[in-house]
Every structure is written in structure tokens, then in C-alpha cells.
Write a protein that binds this ligand. Structure first.
Ligand SMILES: C[S@@+](CC[C@H](N)C(=O)[O-])C[C@H]1O[C@@H](n2cnc3c(N)ncnc32)[C@H](O)[C@@H]1O
Length: 240
């Protein structure tokens, strides 16, 4: 994955979770998964500094989590990164060829679709791993909302293909036939010296002054369920 100048997923030293300024969005995701009563979850594009560990620990050992990434390095554990709970099954796979041992109750991703050449294709593959009525839960940013003071923090558009994909999540979910779509958002703010400012520095190389106002990109959570598991639904065909 390397040190890319984008949001996120470079870890800070030590406990990654202590560095997650999007913790509120993560907790919202956990609450949603608990409310849905899931027993199997696939997290696609999990990376190595993400939310897998938090989700797995919160949901407990009876919930199987397939953590999927195309990059085998995502699963190299270090002392700082620690071992993942045994309920997490690591899978090196390309989302476009996603195949799991069973249909799952929920597929989630965070900071994933924004980098993909074909986000709709990826969502189709993710949908095909869901059991009928299973949920897709997408956490993706509106990168252009990032600020230091009044200045917009520019996205590195050579790395990020869809910097504002957060505003397209409803359309994307509708396009794959998802129903009952709901939305939430999280915009971490803080001063330059706070975890928010340090996170901005780690992600972009922009080091804000200690008392500068910092707003990280808004992270949009969008979720819906789908009864379609294979082939294009009539609804999908009519929308494309
Ligand atoms: C920006 S990181 C996000 C990591 C994590 N979800 C988080 O929120 O911190 C995107 C991840 O998607 C993975 N990825 C990119 N293309 C992929 C693909 N086609 N299939 C599966 N994973 C992919 C990358 O290797 C990387 O780990």
C-alpha cells in the first residue's frame, strides 16, 4: 500500500484504534451490525490500519468476519499491529473476483470505493456475496470537505479516482437494486495539535499549525439491503 497521500489508511504508531478519528463512524457501524444480528460479515479492502479489529472485538467470537484485501501485505502482522481475533478470516482476493465460502449477512467497506476504477462493478461483486436480504454498508468520503482553516485540503487525484464518491453512494446502491437506503455522516474536527491534526499530517504531509482549525473529509455511511444475489435485477437494468 505504501505511503500514499490520501485518506487513509496509514497507521499511527502503536494501537491503530487510538488513531482512528472516524471512531464515531466505526461505532455507528458496529451498532448497525449488532442491530442487524449478523453472524457473518465480509469487510472488503480492509487494509492494515482499518477497522477490522474493532468490529471483530465488538461483535465477539460468534461472528465470523472475512477480511478481504488484494494486497497480501495487508495481512502481515507486526508487534505494533498485534494479532487479529480468531473470528477474523483473512482472504487475499480482488473484489472484482470476490468469492467467499458462504453468503454473508453484511458486506462493508470503508475508504475503498474511492480508489477503484469500477466502483459499480465492485458493488455488484459485493452484492453477489450477500444472502437475500443481506446488507451492504458503505463508508466513503467526500474528500473535498477537508479544511485547514479556510483552505481546502486538495485530494491527490492521481491516487484517488473518485475523491467525492461519498455523494454518489445512494445512486450506486440504487443501481445495484438496494432497497431502504439510509445515511449518516461523520466529520472529525479538531485543532492542529489534536489527533485530527496529526491524522491529517500523517495522511497528506500537510502539517497544520497547532491551533489551526482542521476538518477531515466527511465520511458518509450509506446502507441498504438487497434481495438480489445473482444476475442483474430488472430494477438495476432499468437504472443503468
Ligand atoms: C485506502 S485503503 C482502506 C483500508 C481500510 N478499509 C481503512 O478504512 O483503513 C484501500 C484498501 O483497498 C485495497 N484494494 C484496492 N483495490 C482492491 C481490489 N481490487 N480488491 C480488494 N482490495 C483492494 C488496498 O490494498 C487497500 O488496502
Amino acid at each position: 500500500m505504501g505511503d500514499r497521500h490520501y485518506f487513509p489508511s496509514k497507521s499511527g504508531p502503536g494501537d491503530d484504534r487510538a488513531w482512528d478519528p472516524y471512531e464515531d463512524a466505526t461505532q455507528h457501524l458496529v451498532g448497525l451490525l449488532q442491530m442487524l444480528g449478523v453472524t457473518t460479515v465480509a469487510e472488503v479492502g480492509c487494509g492494515y490500519a482499518g477497522i477490522t479489529d474493532t468490529i471483530a472485538r465488538a461483535l465477539g467470537p460468534s461472528v465470523t468476519i472475512y477480511a478481504i484485501d488484494i494486497d497480501p501485505d495487508a495481512f502481515v502482522r507486526t508487534q505494533e499491529r498485534g494479532a487479529l481475533p480468531p473470528s477474523v478470516i483473512e482472504v487475499v482476493q480482488d473484489v472484482y473476483q470476490l468469492m467467499l465460502p458462504c453468503k454473508v449477512d453484511a458486506v462493508v467497506c470503508r475508504f475503498f470505493l474511492l480508489d477503484l476504477a469500477e466502483p459499480l462493478e465492485a458493488l455488484r461483486a459485493m452484492r453477489n456475496c450477500l444472502r437475500p436480504g443481506g446488507h451492504l454498508i458503505l463508508l466513503e468520503p467526500i474528500t473535498s470537505t477537508g479544511r485547514v482553516g479556510e483552505h481546502v485540503v486538495a485530494a491527490d487525484t492521481t491516487e484517488i479516482l473518485h475523491p467525492d464518491i461519498g455523494v454518489r453512494l445512494v445512486d450506486l446502491l440504487e443501481a445495484i437494486g438496494a432497497d431502504t437506503i439510509e445515511l449518516a455522516s461523520c466529520t472529525p474536527i479538531g485543532m492542529g495539535a489534536s489527533v485530527v491534526g496529526r491524522y491529517l499530517g500523517a495522511m497528506t504531509g500537510v502539517d497544520p499549525a497547532p491551533t489551526a482549525f482542521v476538518a477531515l473529509p466527511t465520511l458518509v455511511s450509506a446502507w441498504g439491503y438487497t434481495t438480489a444475489t445473482t444476475n442483474l435485477s430488472t430494477l438495476e437494468r432499468s437504472l443503468l
